[in-house]
Design a protein around this ligand. Structure first.
Ligand SMILES: Cc1cc2nc3c(=O)[nH]c(=O)nc-3n(C[C@H](O)[C@H](O)[C@H](O)COP(=O)(O)O)c2cc1C
Length: 186
């Protein structure tokens, strides 16, 4: 299993890892309960503060933990963790401790009580900033308040869900279109 050394990461740069849409593991804690769920439905919403909207079904155990604690951690797994990410997304944490069940290590955060998943490439600590879309869309709008990202590799092999059991594993990165950007759009 990967053992990443991480450094502080500017929260306004979280989008550089999140915009391409890798599936993420949402860890949460409330009272004595901690949990993990897999999530593919989210979107970046603002640069600064760094805002992300997350669609968490109310049928999920995580929904109540996140709603009550008003926090979570968004963890980015790499392809080494793909099978675990699928299994985590196919069971409920109501009756089991998913950290123990899947051999993952909860690590204390600095800004939220929800645990970081140590084996993930990146961890973003989040606080709920707008609850007004929860009732209508099950969308929680979080502010990313702290980022921890592995020092290497620079381009992690993230996993991107395409539906119907199919995934894309991130491949080639290129900067050849960079000159086409206006500087404020980078
Ligand atoms: C690849 C993948 C993507 C998923 N994306 C989402 C999502 O965006 N939102 C959601 O509510 N559930 C999503 N799920 C389903 C949850 O992860 C699943 O319901 C999980 O078992 C919930 O766990 P919990 O009840 O312990 O919270 C996804 C599952 C997989 C495998």
């Amino acid at each position: 299993m990967p053992n990443y050394r991480k450094k502080d990461f500017p929260t306004q740069d979280a989008r550089r890892l999140l915009e391409p849409g890798p599936i993420v593991l949402v860890s949460s804690a409330h009272g004595d309960h901690t949990n993990i769920m897999t999530m593919g439905w989210y979107m970046m919403m603002e640069f600064t503060p760094s805002l992300i909207g997350c669609c968490i079904s109310e049928a999920n155990h995580s929904f109540e933990l996140v709603r009550k604690s008003r926090q979570c951690v968004i963890n980015i797994p790499t392809v080494d963790l793909a099978a675990k990410a699928v299994k985590i997304g196919n069971c409920s944490g109501r009756g089991i401790d998913k950290f123990a069940e899947f051999g993952l290590t909860p690590k204390p955060g600095t800004h939220v009580r929800a645990p970081l998943i140590e084996e993930c490439y990146a961890n973003f600590e989040c606080r709920l900033t707008d609850s007004s879309w929860i009732r209508k869309y099950n969308v929680f709008v979080f502010e990313i308040v702290k980022g921890h990202v592995a020092v290497s590799p620079k381009c992690p092999k993230t996993i991107h869900y395409c539906g119907d059991g199919e995934f894309m594993i991130s491949g080639e990165h290129t900067r050849r279109f960079r000159k086409l950007f206006r500087p404020q759009m980078l």
